[in-house]
Design a protein around this ligand. Structure first.
Ligand SMILES: [Zn+2]
Length: 286
């Protein structure tokens, strides 16, 4: 959805409500959620009442928006700004909301995306696959690369012409890397890595394995890992805008970037709505 359509939609409360219902983001009750009676009706704007037990509930009941005091207009615009990669800090100014409230919404979006990427992560990558690790964060310069202090190691796999999957890892040990390869890549796939020795065991787990030598990059025709390296620079460039993300929140941001990267040719606003609908169903099951 572009901003022109969004602004038309967001300025019309009733249209917004039917749109969100249609997208499965609001629960439509045909019975009273308290006593089950079918004798219910809308008594005030966005308030429903049961004529049997006399209880009332809001249109947001049972949805991810339950308890939120924000107008629909602001919620829709927050989704749009999030889609457009406007930081929570800047979005708060645009929406005339506090940073805390904006961040709470953004965190809801990120959690929903995180849950969705866990599901996406279950489909195995195959064919020609690039594997690599990279280090994120850490304010001091100096020691770089494998084993650098204060940095978060991230393992990444990219299927050529397909998707990327990234995971924060405790350490880049051979056990950890092989465990992730087995969990995420179909056996028999051709795996490209650099010369890091933790990748040594791949062949014994049923993968075909080619290494590239960073000193002689591109020398061997197809032996390169610049697909996954492209993702690392994509992710690092974007994380810089957030001026440092805490270690606790880092996985949430990382998976958001994986999702954005994997769906970069699609309408992310529509996808965000899908992801939020999925998330509200997950929340229902708890
Ligand atoms: Zn009732």
């Amino acid at each position: 959805m572009d901003v022109v359509s969004l602004s038309t939609l967001a300025s019309d409360r009733e249209k917004t409500v039917s749109y969100l219902r249609e997208k499965g983001l609001l629960v439509t009750y045909t019975r009273c959620p308290f006593c089950g009676s079918e004798h219910i009706g809308e008594v005030r704007r966005e308030k429903y009442k049961c004529y049997q037990c006399r209880k009332e509930w809001s249109i947001r009941r049972g949805s991810i928006f339950e308890g939120m005091k924000l107008s629909w207009e602001k919620i829709l615009w927050a989704m749009k700004l999030f889609e457009m990669e406007v930081t929570a800090h800047k979005a708060a100014l645009q929406l005339r909301l506090s940073y805390e409230v904006t961040l709470r919404l953004y965190t809801l979006f990120r959690k929903a995306i995180w849950v969705h990427t866990q599901k996406e992560g279950k489909s195995l990558l195959e064919g020609e696959v690039e594997m690599d690790e990279s280090y994120f964060g850490g304010k001091r310069k100096g020691k770089r690369g494998r084993g650098a202090a204060g940095k978060i190691p991230v393992f990444g796999i990219l299927e050529r012409g397909g998707k990327v999957q990234v995971e924060v890892v405790e350490q880049v040990s051979a056990e950890e890397l092989v465990r992730l390869a087995v969990a995420k890549v179909k056996r028999g796939s051709l795996v490209y890595t650099d010369r890091f020795k933790s990748y040594d065991g791949l062949v014994s787990y049923g993968f075909r394995h080619k290494r590239i030598d960073h000193g002689k990059r591109f020398a061997n025709g197809k032996v390169y890992i610049n697909g996954i390296e492209g993702f690392w620079s994509y992710a690092k460039g974007r994380l810089l805008q957030h001026h440092g993300v805490s270690v606790e929140r880092f996985p949430l941001y990382l998976k958001e970037l994986e999702w954005r990267y994997n769906h970069r040719e699609e309408d992310l606003f529509e996808l965000l709505l899908d992801v939020l609908r999925e998330y509200s169903q997950v929340a229902d099951n708890r």
